[in-house]
Design a protein around this ligand. Structure first.
Ligand SMILES: Cc1cc2nc3c(=O)[nH]c(=O)nc-3n(C[C@H](O)[C@H](O)[C@H](O)COP(=O)(O)OP(=O)(O)OC[C@H]3O[C@@H](n4cnc5c(N)ncnc54)[C@H](O)[C@@H]3O)c2cc1C
Length: 458
């Protein structure tokens, strides 16, 4: 893909216009390229990638919107890359999860044996966990769907699964995925996260896995060469052009058919537009006389995102030095600690370390107050030396997930790729699709591609 100026665009050169270059927009561009199509990407910022991008901060390379990639073996993102980018990226795997509850640590138990030895709770708690764990692991998607309008806590209470430590550990996992606590998160989405429905298997297979375990159950990782390398490869591989600093003010339509966009005051006509703009602002952008279209975007504008805070610490020596995914469950608040340079050494100068500490934002507190909370509450006790070797500190705040996974905005409630306007499609992590983050972006790009083919739009 090459940059182009707004005033030199001839839209007849493109099979589609993609508005917004987040992961959803870029991956759609990649998929369309594989179909032999040429695209124009129109982006409001001065760079591509949306929240999926990298930059340098005082000698360290920080990735916004990426700490680890989930399901790097068979998840939607890895699958998408294998299908559309040649050669596909390779990933380095993490060394497992470590959940801390005060002085005890444990991983995610994936077999009955591991559950019965789980160090974070007493024997009664372990039995309870075994019972509910077996239920969740063998539950089919159709049953999960019936719980979409209740919270995960309500689901657990209805099953008598009320052991507090177990709930606290689940809370930390769901909090990071859904951006809200278990008292708010939809039970359906929480169950999908815990079961990992991206790899949905039959009841018998699930039961076997429960007893025997399975290799690479939690196959999180990071791309070799870092995110910066991957994003630039994706950008390079897309067939087409991109224009930056071009906020799309309007998407136009006539008689139920999309006709083009206005970007930074310039009108660009086209009959196929794929929008990666967050759904909460689309109602102000789409111009249509049709009540159905207006209602559609009005309804979807109510989607609420989650907000996250990441503190990046550049350390003058290696303090953590491993690829574990650590979650501080207690003391609260839940924090996720990853030594990014242990996955991708190019992020930090030699002999130094880049550590990311992430949490969901705490409403009503300033960023400074939250950073202090992040650095307190057991961080020093359980990671001695971490705060003594800081030579670079960089703070990011951003929406972590474009749609909170709460009742009313689960993937079953979200619109998917189609809109009431012919020729206007949606892509992005708030449109639909299982998984979180890049998995969801890849899923949504696949959905758009299917819809475009099914509708004969490409
Ligand atoms: C701090 C943080 C940590 C994360 N950690 C992980 C992780 O560890 N693993 C993981 O898989 N995922 C993670 N994610 C999530 C993942 O990065 C995002 O979900 C994903 O990149 C979002 O992609 P998207 O396509 O939905 O949207 P976005 O990135 O929101 O892209 C939307 C694009 O549209 C553009 N745009 C908006 N309005 C207009 C307009 N009017 N005109 C033109 N352009 C417009 C925006 O500028 C942007 O480029 C994290 C996110 C954050 C913020």
């Amino acid at each position: 893909m090459k940059p182009i100026q707004l005033d030199s665009i001839d839209t007849a050169n493109y099979d589609a216009i993609i508005v917004g270059s987040g992961a959803g927009g870029l991956l759609t561009g990649l998929a369309l390229t594989a179909e032999g199509k040429r695209v124009l990407i129109v982006e409001k910022e001065d760079r591509l990638g949306g929240v999926w991008h990298s930059y340098w901060a005082d000698g360290y390379r920080v990735d916004n919107g990426l700490h680890v990639i989930t399901r790097v073996k068979n998840g939607a993102f890895a699958r998408f890359m294998r299908n559309h980018l040649s050669p596909p990226p390779e990933f380095v795997l993490h060394d497992g999860w470590e959940f801390r509850v005060h002085d005890k640590t444990g991983t995610i138990p994936s077999t009955i044996g591991e559950t019965l030895r789980w160090p974070l709770t007493n024997f009664r708690g372990r039995l309870g966990l075994m019972k509910i764990g077996a239920k969740i692991k063998t539950m089919k998607l159709e049953e999960m769907e019936t719980y979409k309008d209740i919270s995960f806590l309500e689901f657990m209470q209805s099953r008598g699964a009320t052991n507090q430590v177990m709930l606290d550990v689940m809370q930390s996992a769901i909090f990071m995925a859904a951006g809200v606590g278990i008292e708010k998160a939809s039970a359906y989405e929480s169950l999908r996260t815990l079961k990992d429905t991206d790899k949905e298997s039959g009841k018998l297979k699930s039961a076997v896995k429960l007893i025997m375990g399975s290799d690479g159950e939690y196959d999180e990782g990071y791309v070799i060469g870092g995110m910066e390398g991957l994003i630039s490869r994706v950008i390079e591989a897309i067939n087409g052009d991109y224009v930056l600093n071009a906020p799309v003010e309007y998407i136009h339509s006539a008689s139920g058919v999309v006709t083009g966009i206005t970007a930074a005051g310039t009108k660009l006509g086209h009959s196929l537009i794929i929008s990666n703009i967050p759904l909460w602002s689309m109602n102000k952008i789409v111009r249509s006389d049709s009540a159905e279209t207006q209602d559609f975007f009005e309804q979807n504008s109510k989607i609420i995102p989650t907000h996250g805070l990441t503190v990046w610490l550049g350390l003058d020596k290696i303090v953590i030095g491993d690829r574990k995914n650590r979650v501080l469950v207690h003391p609260n608040p839940n924090r996720w600690i990853v030594s990014i340079s242990s996955f991708d050494p190019s992020c930090a100068p030699e002999g130094k370390e880049l550590v990311a500490i992430a949490m969901m934002t705490i409403p009503g507190k300033s960023t400074e107050e939250q950073v202090q909370i992040m650095k307190g509450h057991g961080l020093e006790k359980y990671h001695p030396g971490l705060l003594e070797h800081v030579e670079m500190e960089h703070i990011q705040t951003s929406y972590a997930t474009r749609a909170q996974l709460i009742p009313g905005q689960t993937d079953l409630d979200r619109p998917g790729p189609r809109t009431p306007l012919k020729g206007l499609y949606l892509v992005g992590t708030d449109t639909a699709g299982s998984g979180v983050g890049l998995q969801q972006a890849a899923n949504s790009a696949e959905c758009v591609l299917h819809a475009l083919k099914e509708d004969g739009a490409i």
